[in-house]
Design a protein around this ligand. Structure first.
Ligand SMILES: Nc1ncnc2c1ncn2[C@@H]1O[C@H](COP(=O)(O)OP(=O)(O)OP(=O)(O)O)[C@@H](O)[C@H]1O
Ligand SMILES: [Mg+2]
Length: 325
């Protein structure tokens, strides 16, 4: 089966800036794929190469098997994009904006009107259909971008930070809408700075930094890579932390804090906890309470991208600038 997106050694240079630096990435058909990374990682640049807004410097990108530059029209017609920046004709009633968009993709006028109404209905701003874009509230503008992205019934829906700055209610509404579209078979590429969003929605996420892929994994796999902390409260705390690493091999660190033993373990704390408790009981400790705190995707994300950043800072000009201040 052909992939929805296949990028190989993709490079984009803006003068001296290397926004994409040999990015290779494969997104499967029907997948809900997240693209995470700090500001300037190259996420929007990557998206823009897919839709023909940016011409790559090197490498190859295909969407449903078609080259994004050689088969530009075909590729463009298969993608719906809700961009990071608002780029809507401000003066037109929003229903017309959607009809223009559908018309541009070859949809007849009657059908365009039907789809525009349906899309506005879906994102909950149908009653604003005669309002011009710049009179919408910020959240309504985000909703309109989503409506415009889906009005052509795309096979690949790309959402570049669709929930930036929107309220909790709208965020949940948007999640529901895009989840439903994904259930119906639409492939989704989502960039976000809300780790919780990626964790909830995405089948897999790629973490990007400095124009490159750092890793690709399911949110669960990423969390497995972190360390969980098991805190055990003991009735009679010992004078020093007991040695447990022989009994429980996943232990990375044990600290004694008053009557509590704080144990950092590799991987899932839930899996390790029963053995840890047995080992403690075998050593004569009485346990009065236990708490497991899981690493969040956010911590893993920071760890993965900070490592890279650290290297850049050590070698790069940023260091000098920082010291100069
Ligand atoms: N049109 C442009 N001209 C010059 N440099 C650009 C241009 N667009 C992006 N860049 C640079 O390319 C790099 C990647 O930017 P990009 O917008 O792709 O990042 P991003 O991952 O989307 O970040 P954010 O999370 O802030 O949206 C940055 O260093 C940026 O300054
Ligand atoms: Mg961006």
């Amino acid at each position: 089966m052909t992939l929805a997106i296949e990028a190989t050694d993709l490079v984009k240079e803006y003068g001296d800036v290397r926004a994409l630096s040999g990015l290779s990435l494969a997104v499967e058909r029907g997948e809900f794929f997240g693209l995470l990374g700090p500001n300037g990682a190259g996420k929007t640049t990557f998206i823009n190469t897919l839709v023909g807004l940016v011409r790559k410097t090197g490498g190859e990108v295909r969407v449903f098997g078609d080259d994004v530059e050689d088969d530009y029209r075909k590729v463009r017609n298969s993608i719906g994009l809700a961009p990071q920046e608002f780029n809507v004709d401000r003066f037109f009633p929003i229903r017309e904006v959607l009809m223009h968009k559908a018309g541009y993709h070859g949809v007849s006028e009657a059908e365009a009107k039907r789809r525009a109404d349906e899309a506005l209905e879906l994102v909950g701003i149908y009653d604003k259909r005669h309002t011009r874009f710049d009179w919408l509230s910020g959240g309504m503008k985000r909703r309109l971008l989503l409506a415009r992205a889906i009005v052509t019934d795309p096979d690949l829906l790309i959402l570049d930070e669709p929930t930036a700055g929107v309220d909790v209610q709208l965020r949940h509404d948007l999640w529901e809408i895009i989840n439903r579209l994904n259930d119906e078979g639409t492939t989704i590429l989502l960039t976000t700075h809300y780790i919780e969003e990626a964790e909830r929605l995405c089948d897999r996420v790629a973490i990007m930094d400095n124009g490159r892929k750092v890793t690709v994994a399911t949110p669960e796999e990423l969390m497995e890579r972190g360390s969980d902390t098991i805190t055990v409260e003991l009735r009679d705390p010992p004078a020093s932390a007991p040695r447990l690493d022989g009994a429980v091999t996943e232990i990375e660190d044990v600290r004694l804090e008053h009557d509590r033993l704080v144990v950092r373990v590799e991987g899932g704390g839930g899996r390790v906890a029963p053995r840890l408790l047995n080992a403690l009981e075998d050593r004569g400790h009485e346990i009065t309470d236990i708490e497991i705190s899981r690493t969040s995707l956010e911590e893993i994300f920071v760890e993965l991208t900070e490592g890279q950043r650290g290297e850049v800072e050590r070698d790069g000009p940023e260091r000098d600038t920082l010291e100069a201040y």
